[in-house]
Design a protein around this ligand. Sequence first.
Ligand SMILES: [Zn+2]
Length: 365
Amino acid sequence: MLAARMYGYHHPLELEDIKVPEIGPDDVLVRVGGAGMCRSDVQLIDGYFEGALHSTFPLTPGHEIAGLVMAIGDHVPASAELTIGDQVVVAAGWGDGICRQCRVGDEQLCEHGSWPGFGPPGGYAEFVPVPYRQLIRVQHRLKWEELAPLTDAGVTPYRAIKKLRAAGMLGPDRVMGVFGASGLGSYAVQYAKLLSSGATVVAFARNDEKLAIAKQRGADATINTRGKSLADIQDELYKLTGSRKLDAAIDCVGAEETIQTGIGLLHTSGAFVSVGLVGTKINIPLFPFTASELTYHGSFWANYNDLQEVLALAEKGKIQHTIRRIEFKDINENLELLRAGEIIGRAVIVFDVPWDAASAPPAKH
Ligand SMILES: [Zn+2]
């Protein structure tokens, strides 16, 4: 099979022909139909996670995976309801199953966990072995390019906005900010509308083309922050919404600047949630943070149940996608475009695999 693999940091991926992996008794072999490309793949290559992950090479990246079930391990129980040819997505936090986080369902937070594409082989390959417990069967089949991104770009902001909702920060009289209007941001504005009971949603980014898409995806207003001071942005926010402040915000970028702007715009007792990881630290003034009783949430990826909820929305046609379909052979040049911030929406590698098994059954492995 073809796989795009890392042999070290700071080098392009090597596209090579390797053996189809063997599966263990609890695994399922998935034929990859779609593999989403994430900015964190660029960061993986650049060594951003080097201290945290202790990666060994070769490593096959790719953590947004959708595909077809091709082979099922001997110990996979019938109750998993998996059949050859099923369309599936891969939930990406693979925990040890026994710690407190795993037992409440947050396997992506497990201290002994792993994530496909960051250790175990990922989706930048024609086949990938996956523990059966990490698969979700898609009832109403979807195109690969609309399915694969749900496993990260399309679910990470969903979990984060649920935290703001659970904290009581959203409602019809509230203003919510979404920072970033690319891969995660174009999904975040939709969840902001879906989960906020009618809050006014404002998208912030530095690219007019991306902001135009955020508007199409449901943002009530957009602000291009490029070259503007906090006071400029407050003035513009006031003109657009009648408020100079945000009650809540999600940061899908994670640059020091977006964090400072987002926190700077928060109302007294407002809440902020970070999912983006472009920068390396949070640098905000302490006294206003404390005196205004602000809340800062971290939110990491999503758990299996979050992904099931998002999948249910997608199967009902309630999620719109902004996708750039790419061919596997073009992976390295698209990683460069991602690094440069030049991808609008999500780039997804689409393999030559029929997504609608009714029209063309998958080839036998
Ligand atoms: Zn665990």
